[in-house]
Structure formats: structure tokens, C-alpha cells
Design a protein around this ligand. Structure first.
Ligand SMILES: *Cc1c(COP(=O)(O)O)cnc(C)c1O
Length: 428
């Protein structure tokens, strides 16, 4: 599949039916799998043979879809998870343990901020947040002797800051740890972080990849290039024997390309069980088949809406990396020359009250805790997804109280703009 373009991969990668087999990815709706002998089954439990035995760990439908996403991202191995939250937790917990430290961009999704700063902290994993705009020196100063990973979002939800992937990758690698990038917003159609030095890529597939607001899911993709054994003392989970599998060492047995995802499946899926259902994986694949057709339309609508809002007197500020006046425009041009996503953030004059009145007046855009699907929707993050953040944390994350996150769907841009125009008029 490697010789093909990204659109061909979106349609066909991951599953090739044999003679007389189903053309569409089959939904293997089975919790378990049958074997002829106990010995054969035993080999699976020892990770001596590959195969399926229980859907909590692996399922063929999921594996077809994960393989497609690995191909899209230019990665070597991938696994689906039940949600984006599970993907980010697993990607980090597969490397970190009690006593580890993570360096993360402060401009990230509220759920991930909470995961890192509250829940993982309870597990003894600490985090230092840095501004995505920090200098190389400031970034280097955030590392500690126990740092095990660096984390950021390509385009942050909802602040729409753009991560300088090369800067973060350089810092991570100078400290011998991997860079994990959440690539949910641009998707591999518009940015492939592995090509810029990221080691592991995650997604909430709930967003553009599914694209229809139909199924929750996540994915972890390993670029397969991080050399775990060269820094074995930092990564005991990958580089020392796992007694629960008769003492195999993942980095030795599965090599650079297989160690990360195999360990994540064999240990974390086994123990936490956050598997995506095969039904949802099937729906996710339907979304992936048109991802390369939908993303340019989302970005086109985002650009048109951002340009319209940026010249309206009721609008105090607009964040959209596609606007030449946006502070992240040059990074967006570098990492996403063909466009970013359909999400536009803007701040109305008049704060919370104006935001509420405006959103209540919109007719096409629905008020939803969602982004990135076919139907336009909007949200006031400070009142919903980022409710748990203090004023100071909101400021650090670049989220003023009156901010509106407006996610352009696939409708006609003229209709979206007319809807915005009448809702703005309702403010005066
Ligand atoms: C939505 C989102 C998540 C969480 O994903 P869920 O599928 O809702 O669990 C993580 N990261 C980003 C960037 C998101 O937009």
C-alpha cells in the first residue's frame, strides 16, 4: 500500500479480501475464538504465536481498521481503543510508571489536561506543562531525570494553537524520550506528525475519523523508530522481562516496530479492557473511507467562516491558523500546507452573556459537546468541557470565558455564514 496516495490508503488500506471473501470489512461480532488444541491456544497466551483468543485483547475487525490508520499515519503498528481518552492514557502509561514525569504542552484538550494533572498524578506520575510557544531553552528546562515522555496536540482543542512538532521532537530526543502527539484535529490527511519526528501518534477517532458523530473511539499509532533498548534504564517495561508472559522482553522479542503496540495490547488492554467494539470499528472504517474527501471541505468551511468572523464588529478575536493574521499561521503553513481543520475559535465582545445569546440564536449550528463531525456545532468551553479548570488554568490553556468553539461541518459555507450573520445581528 505504501506506493499509493493518501486517498487510496483511506479507501483500501488495512484489509484485502481473498477470493470470494467479503468486500467490506467483516464485523467479527464474537467475544472469543475457537482452537483445535490446548497447545495451540497456549502459544497465544505465551505470545509465541499471533492470533485471536478474546476480544478484550484483539479482534480482527479492529485490527483491519487499525492497520489502515497505521498506513495513513505512516506508522508501523497501531491499535484501537474505546475512546480518545483511553488512547492518550494507554500511550503514556505504556511508557510511564509510578515515579515517572511527563513534559506536556499546556495547550491541550480539557479531558487530557485533567487526565495528566489529576488522575495520572494520583498514580504517582507527575507532569510539567510548558507553553507551546516556549523557547528551546524553556522547553529543555522542563525536563527532569525521571522524564519519560513529551506530549502535545498538533492543533490543540479548543485553543487552536499549532505545535512546533520538530521543536518538541528535538527536545524529547535530546533527553532520550519519545514524543507523543495527539493528531485528532488535522488527521493524517492534513498532517502526519511521524514525518516530522513524532514517535507515537494518538487520535480521538470520535472526531473527524468517524466524522459522523456516530461512534466513540481512539487509536494509538507507533512510528516504530524509537530505540527503546538504547535507553533501557528509562523504559524497564519495554526492556526487562514481563513475568506475566514467561519473562519475554518486548523490545527484544518484537523489535522497534512491534514492541510498543504489543506491550500496550498484551498488558494494558488485558488489564484495563478499554477495547473498541467491533461494531464501532466498522463504523469508524466507513468514516475513514471518505476522510480524504471530507477534510478539505471541513478546512474550506473553516477558512471561510474564520475570514467572515474576523471582520465583524461584534467579534473581539478569531483563532484559526489559516488566517494570515493568526500567530500560528506560519507553523500551520509549514506543518499543514493544505489546510488544518474545520474548527474555529472566537471570542465575542460581551463575554459569557453575549456568547449564550449568540449560540441560542444559531439555527444550523447545534449546541453540542462535540466537534469535528458532518453537522456544524458549537460550544462554550469554559462553561462545559473546561469547567473544572481554574481561571488561571483557563488563561494558561488560552481559553477566555467568552470563547466559542465553532466546528464547521460539511454544509454549504454560504449557509453557515448566513446563519452566523443573523445570530450576530440578534446581539444588537
Ligand atoms: C475529544 C478529544 C479527546 C478525547 O477523545 P474521546 O474520544 O472523547 O475520549 C482527546 N484529544 C482531543 C484532541 C480531542 O479532541
Amino acid at each position: 500500500m505504501n506506493k499509493y496516495g493518501i486517498g487510496t490508503k483511506a479507501v483500501q488500506a488495512g484489509y484485502r479480501p481473498g477470493n470470494g471473501e467479503p468486500r467490506q470489512i467483516p464485523i467479527i461480532q464474537s467475544t472469543t475464538f475457537k482452537y483445535e488444541s490446548s497447545e495451540e491456544m497456549g502459544k497465544l497466551f505465551d505470545l509465541e504465536a499471533s492470533g485471536y483468543f478474546y476480544t478484550r485483547l484483539q479482534n480482527p475487525t479492529n485490527d483491519y481498521v487499525a492497520a489502515k490508520i497505521a498506513a495513513l499515519e505512516g506508522g508501523k503498528a497501531a491499535m484501537l481503543t474505546s475512546s480518545g481518552q483511553a488512547a492518550n492514557f494507554f500511550a503514556l502509561f505504556n511508557i510511564c510508571e509510578c515515579g515517572s514525569h511527563i513534559v506536556a504542552s499546556s495547550s491541550i484538550y480539557g479531558g487530557t489536561f485533567n487526565l495528566l494533572s489529576v488522575t495520572m498524578k494520583k498514580m504517582g506520575i507527575s507532569v510539567s506543562f510548558v507553553s507551546p510557544d516556549c523557547s528551546e531553552e524553556e522547553l529543555a528546562a522542563a525536563f527532569r531525570e525521571n522524564t519519560r515522555a513529551v506530549f502535545g496536540e498538533t492543533i490543540a482543542n479548543p485553543a487552536l494553537t499549532v505545535l512546533d512538532i520538530e521543536k518538541f521532537a528535538r527536545a524529547a530526543h535530546a533527553h532520550a524520550v519519545p514524543l507523543v502527539v495527539d493528531n485528532t484535529f488535522p488527521t493524517p490527511i492534513h498532517c502526519r506528525p511521524i514525518e516530522w519526528g513524532a514517535d507515537i501518534v494518538t487520535h480521538s477517532t470520535t472526531k473527524y475519523m468517524d466524522g459522523h458523530g456516530a461512534s466513540l473511539g481512539g487509536v494509538i499509532v507507533d512510528g516504530g523508530s524509537f530505540n527503546w533498548t538504547a535507553h533501557a534504564e528509562k523504559f524497564p517495561g519495554l526492556c526487562t522481562p514481563d513475568e506475566s508472559y514467561h519473562g519475554i522482553t518486548y523490545a527484544e522479542k518484537f523489535g522497534r516496530e512491534g514492541a510498543f503496540i504489543t506491550k500496550c495490547t498484551a498488558q494494558l488492554m488485558r488489564d484495563f479492557g478499554s477495547m473498541q467494539s467491533p461494531q464501532n470499528a466498522f463504523l469508524l472504517n466507513l468514516g475513514l473511507e471518505s476522510l480524504h474527501v471530507r477534510m478539505p471541505r471541513h478546512a474550506e468551511n473553516g477558512q471561510a467562516v474564520a475570514e467572515f468572523l474576523s471582520v465583524q464588529p461584534e467579534v473581539e478575536s478569531v483563532s484559526y491558523p489559516g488566517l494570515p493574521s493568526d500567530p500560528y499561521h506560519s507553523l500551520a503553513e509549514k506543518y499543514m500546507p493544505r489546510g488544518g481543520c474545520g474548527v474555529v475559535s472566537f471570542c465575542l465582545r460581551g463575554g459569557r452573556a453575549a456568547a449564550a445569546k449568540f449560540m441560542d440564536s444559531l439555527q444550523l449550528a447545534a449546541i453540542e459537546t462535540h466537534v469535528a463531525d458532518a453537522r456544524t456545532c458549537c460550544l462554550n468551553p469554559a462553561g462545559t468541557t473546561h469547567r473544572q479548570l481554574t481561571e488561571k488554568q483557563l488563561q494558561e490553556a488560552g481559553i477566555p470565558a467568552g470563547l466559542i468553539r465553532y466546528s464547521c461541518g460539511l454544509e454549504d459555507k454560504e449557509d453557515l455564514i448566513a446563519d452566523l450573520r443573523q445570530a450576530l445581528a440578534a446581539l444588537s
